[in-house]
Design a protein around this ligand. Structure first.
Ligand code: AMP
Length: 420
C-alpha cells in the first residue's frame, strides 16, 4: 500500500519476536515459588507453558478443581506428592499437567527417550489417561505411548524407546523391562502411580518391586488415589523424598462425593437374581454398572439376562447390556468400555477391573451385588457415579452374614442408608 507522500506505509504490527524457549522456561520457573493456591481462579493463574494452556482451554478445562489447585503448584516446584481426593474429583489433570510441564522445562525431545512413566492398575484406566493426555498435550512436541497387555508387543517394542511419556500397566511394563534390550528408562525424570494404593497391593507387589529397581532413584514421584496409602513400608519402597501429603477429602465430612446417594439392602443368596432383575426393570431407562466378585458371575448374569431380554422382550429394545472382566480379550474389553460410555440406556456387568478410576459419563446407578473385599473397594466401585459435579446413586447388596461391612464403611465416614 502507498501513502499520500508517495512513501510506502510502514507496517503497523510489530514483527512477532521469537523468544528463546529457555527464556520462557526461566520466566515460568521464577513464578513457581509465588503460586498462591487460594488466589487461583483459572488455569491462566498458574505459570504453565502456552502450549499447555491452549490444550486445557480447548478441552474446556478452565477452572482447576481443588485437588489440581493444591497439587499442581507443589509438583511444579519438584515436590514428591501423595495425593488423595474423592473419586471423580480431577486427579488425572493433577498429575498430567506437572508431567507435561516438567518435560517442557527440560526441553525434552524424541532423542531424549523416556522422560515420564505413568503406571496404573488397569488397561482401561491407562487408555483413559492416554486420551486425556492427547487432548491437553496436543500442542507439545513430545510423544506418548500406551503400554498395556493385550496389544501387539512387537509393535510396542520397536516404538517404546522413541516415546517420552509411557502410560502403562505394571505387568506389561515389566515384560518390556525384562525382554526388550532397547528399553532404557535411566534418564526418566518423573514417575506417577495412579490408583497408587492398588499398584502397591500384594497382587502387584512383585512386579512393582522389580519395576522400581529398574528406575533411577533421582526422580520426582507423584502418587494419587481416592484411598491413599500412608504406609511407611510402601513409601520406603518408592524412595520418596519427604513427600507432601495433599488430601482434599480429609477435611470433608465424608470420604465419598457429597452428591452420591448411598443405600444398602439385605438379601438372601437365593433371592439375589430376582432382586437384580426387578431393580433393572425399575430403572430401565438408566445407565447402570453392576459389580460382581468373579468373571463367572459376570458372564452367567450377562448371558441369563441377555437371553431373558431376547425371549421375553421385557426390557425396552433400546436397552444395551455389556460386560467387562479381566480374562476377556483386550479388544472386546475396549469395545464394551466404549459401548457403555457412549450409550444412555445401558447396563454394564463388571468385576473389579472396572472399579477404579474409570470416568464413564452420566452413570445413574452403581449396584454392588457382592460385598466388596474392603471399604476401599466399596469407595472405588461406588465412585463410578457422581463424578465431577454430577449426582449419582449406589446400592450395596449384603447377605445377612455380611453386615460387618457396615461397620467398616462407618469407620471410613461413608453415609449409607438401609433400604427396606
Ligand atoms: P478424574 O477424577 O481425573 O477422572 O476426573 C473426573 C471428571 O472431571 C472427568 O470427567 C474430567 O474430565 C472432569 N474434570 C477434571 N478436571 C476438570 C476441570 N478442571 N474442569 C472441568 N472438568 C474437569
Amino acid at each position: 500500500m502507498v501513502n499520500q507522500s508517495g512513501k510506502k506505509k510502514g507496517k503497523i504490527f510489530k514483527k512477532k519476536q521469537n523468544i528463546p524457549v529457555s527464556n520462557i522456561v526461566e520466566e515460568l520457573c521464577a513464578k513457581y515459588n509465588t503460586i498462591d493456591e487460594a488466589a487461583i481462579k483459572t488455569f491462566d493463574d498458574l505459570p504453565l507453558s502456552s502450549e499447555t494452556q491452549k490444550g486445557l482451554k480447548e478441552s474446556n478445562y478452565i477452572e482447576p478443581l481443588p485437588i489440581q489447585k493444591q497439587s499442581i503448584g507443589l509438583a511444579l516446584r519438584g515436590e514428591d506428592i501423595l495425593g488423595a481426593a474423592q473419586t471423580g474429583s480431577g486427579k488425572t489433570l493433577a498429575f498430567l499437567v506437572p508431567v507435561i510441564e516438567l518435560l517442557y522445562r527440560e526441553q525434552w525431545t524424541r532423542d531424549h527417550g523416556i522422560g515420564a512413566l505413568i503406571i496404573t492398575p488397569t488397561r482401561e484406566l491407562a487408555y483413559q489417561i492416554f486420551e486425556t493426555l492427547k487432548q491437553i498435550g496436543k500442542y507439545h512436541k513430545f510423544s506418548a505411548a500406551l503400554i498395556i497387555g493385550g496389544q501387539n508387543k512387537r509393535f510396542e517394542k520397536n516404538r517404546i524407546n522413541q516415546c517420552n511419556i509411557l502410560i502403562c500397566t505394571p505387568g506389561r511394563l515389566l515384560e518390556h523391562m525384562d525382554e526388550n534390550p532397547l528399553f532404557d528408562c535411566t534418564g526418566m525424570k518423573i514417575l506417577v502411580l495412579d490408583e497408587a494404593d492398588r499398584c502397591l497391593e500384594v497382587c502387584f507387589q512383585e512386579n512393582m518391586n522389580a519395576i522400581i529397581e529398574n528406575l533411577p532413584p533421582c526422580r520426582q514421584t507423584l502418587l494419587f488415589s481416592a484411598t491413599q496409602t500412608k504406609s511407611v513400608v510402601d513409601l520406603a519402597r518408592l524412595s520418596l523424598k519427604q513427600p507432601v501429603y495433599v488430601s482434599v477429602h480429609e477435611l470433608s465430612q465424608h470420604a465419598t462425593p457429597a452428591k452420591l446417594q448411598q443405600s444398602y439392602v439385605i438379601c438372601n443368596l437365593e433371592d439375589k437374581m430376582a432382586l437384580l432383575w426387578s431393580f433393572l426393570k425399575a430403572h430401565e431407562r438408566e445407565k447402570i454398572i453392576v459389580f460382581f466378585s468373579t468373571c463367572k458371575q459376570v458372564n452367567y448374569t450377562y448371558e441369563a439376562f441377555f437371553s431373558l431380554i431376547r425371549t421375553k422382550h421385557t426390557f425396552p429394545p433400546r436397552t444395551h447390556l455389556a460386560k467387562i472382566y479381566g480374562r476377556m480379550s483386550q479388544q472386546q474389553r475396549l469395545e464394551n468400555y466404549r459401548i457403555f460410555n457412549d450409550k444412555q440406556r445401558v447396563v454394564l456387568f463388571a468385576t473389579d477391573v472396572a472399579a477404579r478410576g474409570l470416568d464413564f459419563q452420566n452413570v445413574h446407578w452403581v449396584v454392588q451385588m457382592d460385598c466388596p473385599e474392603d471399604a476401599n473397594t466399596y469407595i472405588h466401585r461406588a465412585g463410578r457415579t457422581a463424578r465431577y459435579q454430577a449426582g449419582g446413586n449406589s446400592l450395596l447388596v449384603l447377605l445377612p452374614s455380611e453386615l460387618a461391612m457396615l461397620d467398616r464403611l462407618a469407620d471410613k465416614k461413608i453415609p449409607i442408608k438401609k433400604l427396606k
